[in-house]
Structures are given as structure tokens and as C-alpha cells.
Design a protein around this ligand. Structure first.
Ligand code: ATP
Length: 227
């Protein structure tokens, strides 16, 4: 089995003359739990968006590989974007948002509805299931989007700041959920609060216009991370 799922080669991203990411060579392997941190504006979200092929790099290539090592155009990916990238004025309910994570997944209606109900319960949203997303608190919206990202049990889960707006009680539940997925699901997670979640990851990355891979200990002290 080929373990590389995403391969980035010579990837750069520029806006006009401003270099956001410079000549990155980087692979995600199947089963990795990759924790990414770094300063504001360092390029973390841009890196994720290029990994997801939502943003084309200025130079270089992003390639997806199947388990035989063949290049494929698509992968089953669940994505939790940063909350500020979601338009909460859109007239759609919690249940509909979570169910939209199953679009393109081939299941019958009964099991689809069961999965939606189970995910709503897992995210602690039973009482808000039929609320419009514009009526939710920040944490409830975050849990709704997390439910959408996870409901299809994707091969790769990309989470941009999953802890933002989340209260302490759900934070611990989230660690349990992610802990259960880790190993079977490849996880790429961006967070500024690395304390608890970094301990669960097997790879630790600092993104500051380039990529530094470190030991877990060094994750807390970016300046020690020079290779
Ligand atoms: N569409 C755009 N046009 C111009 N510049 C952009 C655009 N999108 C992002 N940038 C710039 O690219 C840089 C990297 O942004 P990015 O959101 O990737 O950083 P980040 O590491 O995720 O930051 P944060 O920790 O604040 O979330 C920033 O300087 C940002 O202003």
C-alpha cells in the first residue's frame, strides 16, 4: 500500500509580490495526524486550501494518490473551514447543513436519516436541529460545521481551528471524537491552542511562510524549531 495521500512539490503562493508560502515540499501520509500551528498570516489556511485544491498554487503541484500510488483527481475529504468563511445569513437549518456532508455518498434514505440524527446527537445539537444557522451561537455553528465535515466518515479530515468558539465541555468531547478517528482517518488540523491536541498528533508542523516539521515538544516554542 502506498502511504502518501497528498504530495505537494515546489509549492509557492504569492499575492502580487507578497510571498505567502515559498517553495514547499510536503507530503501527508495515510493515517497521519498532523497538527499545524504558526503565527497569524503565516499561511496555514492558505496551505489547507491548496491541499483541498480550493486554491491553485502560483507555482508547484498538489497531487492526490490512491493506495496503489496512482494519481487521482479526487479524495473523500471532510473540511471544517474557519468560521469566518461561512455566510451564516444563508437560510439553511442545522439538520440540512449536516446532511449536506452526505452529498455524493451512496446510501439509502433510512440510513442517511439515521446518520444525520446520530451526528446531530454526537455534536450535542438535538435541541437546535431545526434552527436556521443564523440563529446559532458561535460554538453551535462550529459544531454544526464539524458534523458536516465528519458525517461521511471521510478518508481525510481537514480541520481549520476546530476549537474556536467551543466551550470546555464540548472541547473534551471533541478530543474523544478526534481520538477515536485518529489512526483510521488521516487528520490535518490547524490550531493556535496546541496544548491538548498536539499530544494526539504524530506530526507537528509550524507554518511561517515555509514549513518546519518539529518534535511535539518544539511545537510550543517556534523559535527552537530551526532545523
Ligand atoms: N485573497 C487574498 N488576497 C490577498 N492576500 C491574501 C488573500 N488570502 C490570504 N491572503 C494573505 O495571505 C497571508 C496568509 O493568510 P492565511 O489566512 O493563510 O494565514 P494563517 O496562517 O491561516 O493566519 P491566521 O492564523 O490569522 O488564521 C496573509 O497575509 C493574508 O493577508
Amino acid at each position: 500500500m502506498n502511504s502518501t495521500i497528498i504530495e505537494m512539490q515546489g509549492v509557492s503562493l504569492r499575492y502580487d509580490r507578497r510571498v505567502v508560502l515559498n517553495d514547499i515540499d510536503f507530503s501527508v501520509r495515510r493515517g497521519d495526524f498532523m497538527a499545524i500551528t504558526g503565527p497569524n498570516g503565516g499561511g496555514k489556511t492558505s496551505l489547507l486550501r491548496m491541499m483541498l485544491k480550493l486554491l491553485p498554487p502560483t507555482a508547484g503541484s498538489v497531487v492526490y494518490r490512491d493506495t496503489d500510488g496512482h494519481e487521482v483527481t479526487r479524495l473523500p475529504i471532510g473540511y471544517l473551514p474557519q468560521k469566518n468563511m461561512v455566510d451564516s445569513r444563508f437560510p439553511i437549518t442545522v439538520r440540512e447543513v449536516i446532511a449536506s456532508g452526505l452529498l455524493g455518498v451512496n446510501t439509502d434514505k433510512a440510513s442517511r436519516m439515521r446518520r444525520v440524527d446520530d451526528t446531530i446527537a454526537l455534536m450535542g445539537l438535538c435541541e437546535r436541529a431545526d434552527a436556521a444557522i443564523g440563529e446559532l451561537s458561535g460554538g453551535q455553528l462550529q459544531r454544526t460545521l464539524l458534523g458536516r465535515a465528519m458525517i461521511s466518515a471521510p478518508e481525510l479530515l481537514v480541520l481549520d481551528e476546530p476549537l474556536s468558539y467551543i466551550d470546555k465541555r464540548f472541547e473534551h468531547q471533541l478530543y474523544d471524537i478526534i481520538g477515536q478517528l485518529a489512526g483510521d482517518t488521516t487528520i490535518v488540523l490547524v490550531s493556535h491552542e496546541m496544548s491538548a491536541i498536539a499530544g494526539m498528533a504524530n506530526r507537528h508542523i509550524i507554518v511561517d511562510h515555509s514549513i518546519h516539521e518539529c518534535s511535539a515538544h518544539h511545537h510550543y516554542v517556534a523559535s527552537e524549531c530551526d532545523e
